[in-house]
Design a protein around this ligand. Sequence first.
Ligand code: NAD
Ligand code: GLY
Length: 358
Amino acid sequence: MKTLSVNLGERSYPIHIGQGLLQRPDLITGHVRGRQVMVVSNETVAPLYLDSVQQLFGDFNLESVILPDGEQYKTLDTLNRVFDALLEKRFNRSCTLVALGGGVVGDITGFAAASYQRGVGFLQIPTTLLAQVDSSVGGKTGVNHALGKNMIGAFYQPGCVLIDTDSLDTLDDRQLAAGLAEVIKYGLIRDTGFFDWLEAHVEELIARDKTALGYAIERSCTIKAEIVAADERESGQRALLNLGHTFGHAIETGTGYGSWLHGEAVATGMLMAADLSARHQWLAPAEVRRIEALLQHAGLPTRAPKEMDEARFMDLMAVDKKVIDGGLRLVLLKALGDAVISSDFQPALLSETLGAAA
Ligand code: NAD
Ligand code: GLY
């Protein structure tokens, strides 16, 4: 087992990574606030892991709320179901919400914890690769709006992240690949050595080799923890974690939430960011081909859907959270392993990238 730390002063918290951790109450129960624990999960994950989690918190007054499964349910209506359950069960201010599931459950639960009675305890037990390497760490929480992804939310850090890598055994291949997109992101933005390692070990990762997956999760969480500790509220470098997301969120919103997985849209978006970087001659065409080959080996899409023409992209990207005073900012690559956030791109070249994306 490995334990990392997200260093945020008195709000610092551990990330435990390893096999069999759902049988380790000693790692998580010390972070519970109060005696009332509400486990929030969904109809797919609960049948698989709720029993284990109920045993993990056996000493507490435990309740659960089971949400419908899917990105299309990451809404205010679903959030309200969590509040309904908390109020029906008379949960008070001194209680803890536990997110058991992927990024959708984690983001909804975190926002519920941030806003229920102005803030209660919050723990993360992520069960998808994407949630284990990205969404469970760093405290971004929230829900979607029909007009834009993750538009309603709050920064709210968990008290502990418990990553049992055994939970990946039940994840399907498409979801595993979606998580690999965010893993590849860390190599692209910050760590060429890790990118090289991913190229060399992608077959082991898709074959679910536990050692390779464990290392990929640990390296990803280490990079994310460093970035979050340095810029919790995204006033600077945290925005680099959004490589590919401006294009990707447009694909997710434009195709209807749930049709493209978040990781799939990010994969295509990262290749679009690489393409635009190459059009500015920051990346060599051979480097773009390396990125494309790695994404494809991981089983990820690299072409945008046909319905996403330039006008549709521009319309949807206008609501991106990185837009300031109407100006679009994009995360681009000055080199492999060296991302920048920039409004200093040529609109004509962006137009070429958008036109060539499908
Ligand atoms: P998800 O939560 O929809 O989970 C994917 C699917 O896998 C779902 O059907 C889920 O029920 C199922 N599942 C989960 N764990 C399983 C398991 N162990 N075995 C079998 N099935 C399992 O999707 P995701 O990819 O985990 O997360 C995507 C969401 O995360 C998006 O909404 C995205 O915006 C958000 N996100 C947030 C952050 C952040 O910093 N907060 C970062 C990245 C992504
Ligand atoms: N997933 C982007 C962030 O946490 O900042």
